[in-house]
Design a binder for this molecule. Structure first.
Ligand SMILES: [Zn+2]
Length: 173
């Protein structure tokens, strides 16, 4: 079930997790269940590098009034603070559910080596979450979205990038 245009439709090949993966996935699932017991969303995440847990995360959307506080994003933020770097290269993200587009992008920005998930977008949809809907939305033309995305290009639209490229003190990422 792959999209005719090559877009991912979520049919990631399920593999039998090895013992290490299974252990961290179990931890992520436990974090997710614990978060539900605490009144939060059913999502948990664990970030591991060199055999050590760098950080964990739970969904904090409703508690923190932060729609971006997904478990994976929370774990990425915490792990970066732990290692003192904005890159998590060499690390693996274990998450109780397939990352939504936000979290998948955050994983790319964090330069994670690997993402391993347990439940998928279809399980999330059954729980009333929009992961599947957003993946499907990304496969449709923006002109059909209910949220308008407009662009205007003033003369100095690219000026921030000019300034960036000229900045001697910039930190590339
Ligand atoms: Zn997410």
């Amino acid at each position: 079930m792959s999209g005719s245009d090559g877009t991912d439709t979520g049919m990631t090949t399920a593999v039998e997790p090895d013992a290490v993966d299974a252990g961290y996935l179990a931890q992520a699932i436990e974090l997710a269940k614990q978060n539900v017991a605490d009144g939060g969303g059913p999502f948990g995440a664990v970030i591991v590098r060199d055999g050590a847990v760098l950080a964990t995360g739970q969904n904090r959307v409703t508690r923190d009034l932060d729609p971006t506080a997904h478990a994976e994003v929370s774990a990425i933020r915490a792990a970066c603070q732990v290692v003192g770097d904005f890159s998590l290269a060499g690390a693996t993200l274990y998450t109780s559910c397939e990352p939504c587009p936000l979290c998948l992008s955050a994983s790319l920005w964090a330069r994670l080596d690997r993402v391993v998930f347990a439940a998928d977008r279809y399980d999330a949809a059954r729980g009333g979450f929009d992961d599947l809907a957003f993946y499907e939305l990304f496969a449709t033309p923006r002109s059909e979205w209910s949220m308008a995305i407009d662009t205007a290009r003033p003369e100095n639209a690219a000026a921030p990038f000019d300034a960036w490229l000229e900045a001697d003190a910039r930190t590339d990422y």
